[in-house]
Design a protein around this ligand. Structure first.
Ligand code: CP
Ligand code: NVA
Length: 341
């Protein structure tokens, strides 16, 4: 009999709105249960399973949260940095192909978590894998970050918590001020799916590419009251009436050579108290950033203020990775249950 095809997580766009909300709610439930001592830290959902973590770029949060989550579920996280395995995208004469790597690693493990440059590297792994592949950041998307970010928003806005525990974020407004990048794209898709409006301010030439705008807007299909995406080059315009101000580095991994050009292009986009005031953010506005942070995109007065959610946001990467009461996507795959609740 043919093995069931695994389901992969490449982007938040792979999830229905209810699957996405369920991952956020389950992360919240697991966090509360473990932190309050109601359930033990260690469960055996992944006992005997190995999760291969293939990282071609540096990572603090994604690596540590994934390793810790797999450990909490009783499995073995196997970290494979780019110098540890034979995979060598771009140097096929010397190193092993994506195809061979994917077939071999998936034959020995239960899940692959991969951090790559071009998004096609992670979709290529997924295409040939016999086990679920989870995108741990590509040039286009960062789904694990988005799950943690919505957990953070859910916790910071208690009015968003309806009595049945479901997500009710409709009416909130996020302002993204800075580069239009991988972290933004999945965040925007999550916003559209959950009814959160998102206004993006990026300098000319650093806006959302057309194909990505289409993908973000198409996340509205089947959503009763989807969040709206708006775009501008004027930070103040995006910030007006925003509940949450969000940014990320102006120089993503792989863009180091453009540093000087980018610092110039993004001048005036630093998030400061003065900018938030000028723009007319809501009185209780909060600040978020996926980290790692560079000083230029946000002032210390904001980053280290009581408005800042950045450290709970980082910790929430762990709870997002643990996800469900006793399992991850992987557990359900192994047990042929629904991949997502
Ligand atoms: N936010 C995030 O993904 O951080 P790392 O690059 O440290 O994993
Ligand atoms: N946009 C950043 C996010 C890092 C977590 C990068 O791609 O480097």
């Amino acid at each position: 009999s043919q093995a069931a095809k695994p389901r992969h997580l490449m982007s938040i766009s792979d999830l229905t709105p209810s699957e996405f909300s369920a991952l956020v709610r389950n992360a919240a439930a697991r966090k509360n249960d473990v932190k309050s001592g109601r359930v033990p830290r260690l469960s055996n959902g992944l006992a005997g399973e190995t999760v291969a973590m293939m990282f071609s770029k540096r990572s603090t949060r994604t690596r540590v949260s994934t390793e810790a989550a797999v450990t909490m579920l009783g499995g073995h996280p196997m970290f494979l940095g780019k110098d540890d395995i034979q995979l060598g995208v771009g140097t096929p004469l010397v190193n092993e192909s994506l195809y061979d790597t994917s077939v071999v690693i998936s034959s020995m493990t239960s899940c692959m978590v991969a951090r790559v440059g071009p998004h096609s590297d992670v979709t290529g792994l997924a295409e040939h894998s016999t086990v679920p592949v989870i995108n741990a950041l590509s040039d286009d998307f960062h789904p694990l970050q988005t799950i943690a970010d919505f957990l953070t928003i859910h916790e910071a806005f208690p009015s968003s918590q309806s009595s049945n525990g479901s997500l009710n974020l409709s009416g909130l407004k996020v302002a993204w001020v800075g580069d239009s990048n991988n972290v933004l794209f999945d965040l925007a898709i999550g916003c559209v799916k959950t009814g959160v409006d998102i206004a993006v301010a990026s300098p000319q030439g650093y806006g959302i590419p057309d194909h990505m705008r289409q993908l973000i807007n198409s996340a509205a299909s089947g959503v009763a009251s989807p969040g709206k995406l708006s775009e501008t080059t004027v930070p103040e315009e995006a910030i007006r009436n925003a509940d949450i101000l969000v940014t990320d580095t102006w120089i993503s991994m792989g863009q180091e050579a453009e540093k000087q050009k980018r610092l110039k292009a993004f001048a005036g986009y630093q998030i400061t108290n003065e900018l938030a005031k000028r723009g007319g953010a809501k009185e209780g506005w909060k600040f978020m950033h996926c980290l790692p942070r560079h000083p230029e995109e946000v002032a210390d007065e904001v980053f280290y203020s009581p408005r800042s959610l950045v450290f709970p946001e980082a910790e929430n990467r762990l709870w997002a990775a643990v996800g469900k009461s006793r399992s991850t996507y992987l557990y359900e795959y192994k047990h042929q249950a629904n991949l997502f609740p």
